[in-house]
Design a protein around this ligand. Structure first.
Ligand code: SF4
Length: 273
């Protein structure tokens, strides 16, 4: 069933409005926080290296758990020193995997953390701020982020948007940004008639059409709509932010690995890169 274009326009406008509200509030992920562990939230906000490492964690686990990852790892290791993270790979793996494991993909995540530390030391003088230094364009920033093993286009889009919106990092040509192609965004775009096909190209095209100046602005509001109301089963359309504009195509579902994860854990964070 094809949604009338009017729905797309109205949904796009409401998502932009929601996105602007979130930006004005300095929203991180949920409210002003990345995670409900205060010390972990403070670390992600104060340490560029912790932020970058946390981006690696945002995969297949609830967002709060993902963003707490670097802090919990530092608690177990007694440090978050890049040189040691890069060279003491066995220790990182042991700390990541000790019960309860710090991530669903514990061995993979440990390797990504050590690789990221190595890259930060070799390419960015051990300072993650250099990754986003020099007022890069949105495209350049996503490319720099995606050069880290464990950060694909999806995480790169999310991180670029967070750096710009939440941390005020100067980013040029925001029209080159986009939304993360994750399960929440896909479900909301499908059900709200923003797209009829669940492909990365279609999702990114729809975001760019809705807000050509900065398509990435739609990322967080759409993710929040998916997480809070547009659940895989029993969506809460009556309470939804898009209630007045959405055609409620709730029979539409997201297929694939990410969809199964979301069905198992509706609170799921960003899925696989
Ligand atoms: S919860 Fe309902 S109203 Fe909200 S985006 Fe999903 S289908 Fe649309």
């Amino acid at each position: 069933m094809l949604a009338p274009p009017a729905f797309c326009d109205a949904v796009g406008r409401e998502l932009v409005r929601f996105g602007r509200e979130l930006a004005s509030e300095g929203a991180a992920q949920v409210g002003g926080a990345f995670t409900d562990v205060p010390a972990a939230d403070a670390l992600v906000k104060s340490s560029p290296e912790a932020f970058l490492l946390a981006v690696l964690f945002t995969q297949g686990v609830p967002a709060e758990r993902a963003w707490a990852g670097p802090y919990l790892l530092s608690e177990r290791l007694g440090h978050l020193d890049l040189s040691r993270l890069a060279t003491e790979r066995e220790s990182v793996d042991v700390a990541m995997c000790a019960r309860p494991a710090l991530h669903r993909f514990k061995h993979t995540m440990a390797g990504w953390v050590s690789d990221a530390a190595t890259r930060l030391l070799e390419c960015y003088q051990g300072d993650a701020r250099n990754v986003w230094a020099g007022e890069p364009t949105a495209v350049e920033l996503m490319e720099r982020l995606a050069a880290f093993r464990g950060i694909g286009r999806k995480k790169a889009a999310m991180a670029a948007e967070l750096l710009s919106r939440t941390f005020g990092v100067p980013v040029r040509e925001l029209q080159g940004g986009t939304v993360a192609y994750d399960v929440q965004v896909r479900r909301v775009f499908l059900r709200s008639g923003m797209v009829d096909l669940d492909t990365r190209a279609e999702i990114e095209r729809a975001a760019a059409e809705a807000f050509p100046e900065a398509p990435g602005l739609l990322d967080l509001p759409t993710w929040l709509v998916g997480r809070q109301w547009c659940h895989p089963t029993r969506p809460q359309c009556g309470e939804c932010r898009l209630a007045d504009v959405c055609p409620r195509l709730v029979e539409r579902s997201v297929k694939g690995v990410g969809a199964r994860r979301a069905a198992a854990a509706p609170d799921s964070g960003r899925g696989a890169s």
